[in-house]
Design a protein around this ligand. Structure first.
Ligand code: PAF
Length: 274
C-alpha cells in the first residue's frame, strides 16, 4: 500500500489506473470504515482511501481541534483491509489558499435534520468531497449509510453536476449491543458507553411500530424524544422521513427513521431504513 501526502504524488500514483474506487474518510478508522474499503475493492482497479480532517465542515463549537488524528494506526488497518493507496494531505496541501469557491447545496436538503443543527456542515462536506473525488479521479466512491443525509446530499450533488462517478452506500456496522460504529464513540465515558445503545433501541422501536402499521409518526417521534430525555439524553431530533429526499412522508413512501442526540458532550447520530 502506498501512502501519499501531496497532489503531485497522488497524480503520479494514479497514472496507471483507469477506475479508482475511493473511500473518503476523516481518519480515526474503525470497522465501519474498513467495511467500506472492502466494499470498494471490487468496484475499481485501484482502492483508494482519503484521510483528511476537513475544517470546512466543523462549526465554531465543534471538535475540529480535538478530532483524533491517528494516521499510523489508520494506515495499518487500511493495508490489512486491502487498500492500495492512501491520500492523506495536510491542510496546507489541500487548502493552499482560502477555499472561497464552495458548493452551496439547496436549503431543502440541508436545512432539515443535521443541516438544521449544524449550519454550514453540508456545504463543507460537499466542497471537500468534490475536491477529493476530483483529485483521486474517482469512478466510484463509497460512503456509509450511518451519515444518511450526507450520502443523500452527495448523491444529488454528483447527479446534478453529471460527475461520472457511481456513489455507493455502505451498511452501518454496529457493536454487539447495537451502537452504530463512529469515530466519536471514543469520546464516551464508560457509563455513557453502557447507555449509548438506547439511541438505536428507540429508533428500532419506531421502525417496528411503523412496520406494524402505525402511521402516527409525530407521536412516535415525540415519545422517543421524551424517553431519551428522561434517560439523560439531549435529543436534537427523532424523525420519520421518506428515504428519497428526507422530507415528510406520504403514504407508500419508503421510510427511514433518523435521530441525533447528545449523551454528555458527545453527539451521536443513527438511522434505520424501515
Ligand atoms: O463522513 C465523513 O467522514 C466526512 O464527512 C467526509 C465524507 C470524509 C468528508 O470530510
Amino acid at each position: 500500500m502506498q501512502i501519499v501526502h501531496t497532489l503531485p504524488a497522488l497524480a503520479d500514483a494514479l497514472k496507471p489506473y483507469r477506475h479508482p474506487a475511493v473511500v473518503p474518510t476523516m481518519g480515526n478508522l474503525h470497522e465501519g470504515h474498513l467495511a467500506l474499503v472492502r466494499q470498494a475493492k471490487p468496484l475499481g482497479d485501484l482502492t483508494v482511501a482519503t484521510i483528511f480532517v476537513n475544517r470546512l465542515q466543523f462549526g465554531p463549537q465543534d471538535d475540529f481541534d480535538t478530532y483524533p488524528r491517528t494516521l499510523a494506526a489508520d494506515c495499518a488497518q487500511l493495508e490489512a483491509a486491502g487498500c492500495d493507496l492512501v491520500f492523506a494531505p495536510t491542510e496546507a496541501e489541500f487548502y493552499p489558499e482560502p477555499q472561497t469557491f464552495r458548493i452551496a447545496p439547496p436549503a431543502a436538503l440541508t436545512d432539515v435534520l443535521e443541516g438544521e443543527f449544524r449550519p454550514g456542515f453540508f456545504a463543507g462536506v460537499c466542497t471537500v468531497v468534490l475536491k477529493l473525488l476530483s483529485c483521486t479521479q474517482a469512478r466510484s466512491a463509497v460512503f456509509g449509510k450511518k451519515d444518511y443525509q450526507q450520502l443523500m446530499v452527495i448523491r444529488q450533488m454528483v447527479r446534478q453536476f453529471n460527475l461520472p462517478i457511481a456513489i455507493v452506500g455502505g451498511e452501518t456496522r454496529r457493536a454487539a449491543d447495537g451502537l452504530a460504529m463512529s469515530s466519536r464513540n471514543g469520546y464516551l465515558s464508560e457509563a455513557e458507553r453502557a447507555q449509548a445503545r438506547e439511541l438505536h433501541a428507540s429508533l428500532q422501536a419506531i421502525a417496528q411500530a411503523v412496520r406494524a402499521g402505525n402511521t402516527g409518526y409525530a407521536a412516535l417521534e415525540a415519545h422517543a424524544m421524551e424517553s431519551l430525555r428522561a434517560k439523560g439524553w439531549q435529543p436534537d431530533y427523532v424523525a420519520v422521513r421518506r428515504q428519497a429526499d428526507l422530507q415528510a412522508p406520504h403514504p407508500g413512501d419508503a421510510l427511514v427513521v433518523l435521530a441525533a442526540a447528545r449523551l454528555g458532550s458527545t453527539r451521536l447520530i443513527d438511522n434505520f431504513e424501515i
